[in-house]
Every structure is written in structure tokens, then in C-alpha cells.
Design a protein around this ligand. Structure first.
Ligand SMILES: Cc1cc2nc3c(=O)[nH]c(=O)nc-3n(C[C@H](O)[C@H](O)[C@H](O)COP(=O)(O)OP(=O)(O)OC[C@H]3O[C@@H](n4cnc5c(N)ncnc54)[C@H](O)[C@@H]3O)c2cc1C
Length: 385
């Protein structure tokens, strides 16, 4: 279906990204999946391309482009090639917006220029072994020192993506006990260098998919965090998480739909080539019907995502709408990619085929960034239920 989201500038950018992927990513991707990380230099190359600093104002070395449209182009092009840029989307798409929204001028000066060049990348540590969906249950603590100059951070985190390849980690920790009326009160966000004394990596976790990025456990033992590294105001962390989640969920929905669209292209190519009972798989009516259903679902999902991007551009994307986009985009992706894999027969199960990678990589999209069930609770609340 014809889309009207992009201008010629976006299409030129698409061409640049497509060439970059063909030259710098695809030839090496199998090695990076084996290593569970991309080479550190990839981020400085992405910095030279100007894509580490989307949203960063030009005075701090970024492009000042605040629209999600450029990142949507990147979602589409990485899906099309069934690759990723490691934890790029975590750093640029998820964590950077926290810094842009919450940093004071001194912090902007200190952090943003090196993020724009790719010299520093970002991860975020919210989830703990005992709490994921229910973030108010976070137990890591950051106690203010008696002289008020720094916090002492202690605790453990799990499932943290990109931490091994990041220089800065936004940590969510409890700075005050919850209030009697609000158990979400008392959480704070702070930026912690991953080489700070007491900041330790735990196990590197073996994932089903997204194997070109690291995901690991972290522990903090008396990590000294200067008060100058607090993001925003102390104890208001939960509301900051709420403000940033719509963009994160839009981006996960966007990647879901672009992965589903890519799966259709892989399946279309495969079924026209593969011969079964003397004819191409594409000749069966079942194949045509399955792909037709997939195409209609992806177009519906794309229309929703495109509308979400426009609402995000105008600052009108609500938390509930972002939840709708994430829920629908990732559920469509699951259905479509599964059907497209089925059309590949046994080859679809082999990791050398891109459809298998899309299948494994996409499964988590219904879990991270808030599970599908949590999205439904948000939508139901918005409906007054
Ligand atoms: C590959 C990967 C990468 C990740 N990267 C990061 C990262 O970089 N940083 C980070 O902080 N976290 C990260 N996470 C954690 C992720 O955000 C959590 O896994 C997710 O929020 C779910 O939390 P949980 O795993 O504790 O599941 P739980 O909260 O224990 O959920 C278990 C089940 O209960 C259901 N459930 C929970 N609440 C409700 C409810 N109210 N109603 C109905 N059902 C409910 C859930 O939907 C789920 O089915 C990552 C996770 C994965 C798998």
C-alpha cells in the first residue's frame, strides 16, 4: 500500500544505509553472532554516518533531527537484510532520549558530543532478578552520602543489553522508600560509567535470538555515583520511565512490522524458486492465500506504525497508543514471520536462512519493553476498564 511518510531526503538516507549494510554488516554478521557482539568500531563508523546522534542538537555534535522517521528507515533496512547493529537501537532509540529529556546543560556538554561520534554508547539497567514488569519493585539502592556529594549504589540487575559494549549505563535505583500512597515514588535514574569501581559484569546470557548483541547480568557493590550524574530530580524516576516508554514502544512496533514485511519478501523469493511435486511452491493456492493474508496484516500494521510516527513527531503519541502499536506490531510480526517460515519447509529452520534469524530475533519483541500482557493492561485502563 502506498505510504506517504517519507520524503526524498529519507529515501536518499535509505540508499546510504542500504549500501552501508551491504558493505559493513552483512559480510561479517555471522562472526558477530558467534561472538555475541559487534566490533566496537562499528559505533564510530555509525557516528561518522551521523546516525548515533539523531535527536542530539547540532551544538552538541548531533544532527538535530528529532523525527523517528530516519530511525524507521533504519528499522526497515536492517530488517530487509535480517541483521542488526548490535545494541544500537538500545543506545540511540531507547536510552539516548532519557539523556536528551533529562540532562542539564553541564551534563549535555559532558556526554552528548561523545555519544554523537559513537565513542560512547549507552545501555539501561532497569530489570532485576526479582522484578521486570513491576518496576516499582526495584530493590537496587542508591544512598546519598552524608556530605550530599554522591550516592552509594548497591544491587543486581539482569537481562541488560549492550552493557559489555557500552561506556555509560543509565541505572534505575531506589533513593528513598516508597511513600504510603505511591509505591512508585523514590526511584531515581543515574548515569554510571561501566568502568566505575564496583560496577561488575555477571554472566553473559545465552539468548534464543538477537545474538549479535550481548545481554548480561550486572552487580553494583558500593559504586560511588556523584550527584552530578543524577538524571532529572531525585525520586521521580518512575515518571521519567513513563515519559520515555511511548517512543521505545513505537520503535519496537516499527521493527516488528518491518521484520514482518521483510519475511514476506524472503518467502516470496523462496516459494518461487523451490520446486515441490514438479511445480514451484508459489503455485499452490495455499501459498498465495497465506502470503495474501500476511500482506494485508502488514499493511494494516504499517498504517498504524506510520500514524504513530506522525503522532510522535507532533508530540501527541500517548502511552496507550504506543502500547496499541507495540501490541499489534509485534503480534502481527509473530504471526507473519511464523507463516513465512512454514513456507520455507525445513530450510526455514536453518539459521543460514534469514527467515530463521528473523523468527528467533523477533520472539523477544512481545516480552521486552513491556510484555504483550502489560500492553493490554495499559490499553484496558485507557478504555476506562
Ligand atoms: C533479550 C532481552 C533483552 C532485554 N534487555 C533489557 C535491558 O537492556 N534493560 C532492562 O532493564 N531490561 C531488559 N530486558 C528485560 C525485559 O524488559 C523484561 O524481561 C520484561 O519487562 C518482562 O519482565 P520479566 O522478564 O521479569 O517478566 P515478569 O514480569 O516476571 O512476567 C512473567 C509473565 O507474567 C506476565 N505478567 C506480568 N505482569 C502482568 C499483569 N499485570 N497482568 C498479566 N500478566 C502479567 C508477563 O506478561 C509474563 O508473561 C530484556 C529482556 C530480554 C529477554
Amino acid at each position: 500500500m502506498k505510504r506517504n511518510l517519507f520524503t526524498q531526503e529519507h529515501e536518499d538516507f535509505r540508499e546510504t544505509i542500504r549500501l552501508f549494510i551491504a558493505k559493513e554488516i552483512t559480510p561479517f554478521y555471522a562472526d558477530w553472532e558467534r561472538d555475541n557482539r559487534v566490533p566496537r568500531e562499528l559505533f564510530t563508523k555509525l557516528g561518522e554516518l551521523g546516525v548515533m546522534g539523531f535527536d542530539i542538537p547540532e551544538e552538541f555534535g548531533g544532527t538535530g533531527k528529532t523525527s523517528y522517521k530516519f530511525q524507521a528507515v533504519m528499522d526497515e533496512e536492517t530488517s530487509r537484510a535480517a541483521v542488526s547493529f548490535g545494541h544500537y537501537t538500545v543506545s540511540t532509540g531507547i536510552v539516548l532520549p532519557y539523556l536528551l529529556r533529562l540532562c542539564n546543560d553541564e551534563q549535555k556538554q559532558r556526554w552528548l558530543p561523545s555519544i554523537a561520534t559513537g565513542e560512547k554508547t549507552l545501555c539501561i539497567a532497569m530489570t532485576e532478578p526479582g522484578t521486570g514488569s513491576d518496576l516499582a519493585g526495584i530493590r537496587s539502592t542508591a544512598k546519598l552520602s552524608e556530605d550530599g556529594t554522591h550516592y552509594i549504589l548497591n544491587g543486581a540487575k539482569t537481562f541488560i543489553t549492550g552493557a559489555v559494549n557500552s561506556e555509560l549505563c543509565v541505572v534505575v535505583a531506589r533513593t528513598s522508600p516508597p511513600s504510603e500512597t505511591d509505591r512508585r515514588f523514590g526511584l531515581s535514574l543515574m548515569v554510571v560509567p561501566t568502568d566505575a569501581p564496583g560496577f561488575e559484569y555477571g554472566r553473559k546470557l545465552e539468548k534464543l535470538g538477537l545474538r549479535a548483541s550481548d545481554t548480561s547480568e550486572l552487580s553494583f557493590t558500593d559504586v560511588k555515583v556523584p550527584v552530578a550524574d543524577l538524571l532529572g530530580e531525585q525520586d521521580k524516576g518512575f515518571s521519567y520511565l513513563g515519559q520515555n516508554l511511548p517512543r521505545e514502544r513505537l520503535s519496537i512496533g516499527s521493527r516488528g512490522i518491518s521484520s514482518a514485511a521483510a519475511a514476506i519478501e524472503f518467502a516470496k523469493a523462496y516459494v518461487q524458486e523451490r520446486q515441490v511435486f514438479g511445480k514451484p511452491v508459489a503455485a499452490f493456492q495455499n501459498t498465495k492465500f497465506v502470503l495474501a493474508e500476511c500482506s494485508a496484516e502488514v499493511d494494516a500494521g504499517q498504517a498504524l506504525v506510520d500514524r504513530g510516527i506522525e503522532l510522535d513527531d507532533s508530540g501527541e503519541l500517548t502511552a496507550a497508543d504506543a502500547a496499541r502499536i507495540k501490541l499489534f506490531g509485534t503480534e502481527v510480526a509473530a504471526r507473519v514471520i511464523d507463516k513465512c517460515l512454514q513456507l520455507h519447509g525445513g530450510y526455514g529452520y536453518m539459521l543460514e536462512y534469514p527467515i530463521a534469524r528473523l523468527y528467533a530475533d523477533t520472539r523477544v519483541s512481545r516480552i521486552y519493553g513491556g510484555t504483550s500482557e502489560v500492553m493490554k493492561t495499559i490499553i484496558a485502563k485507557d478504555m476506562g476498564l
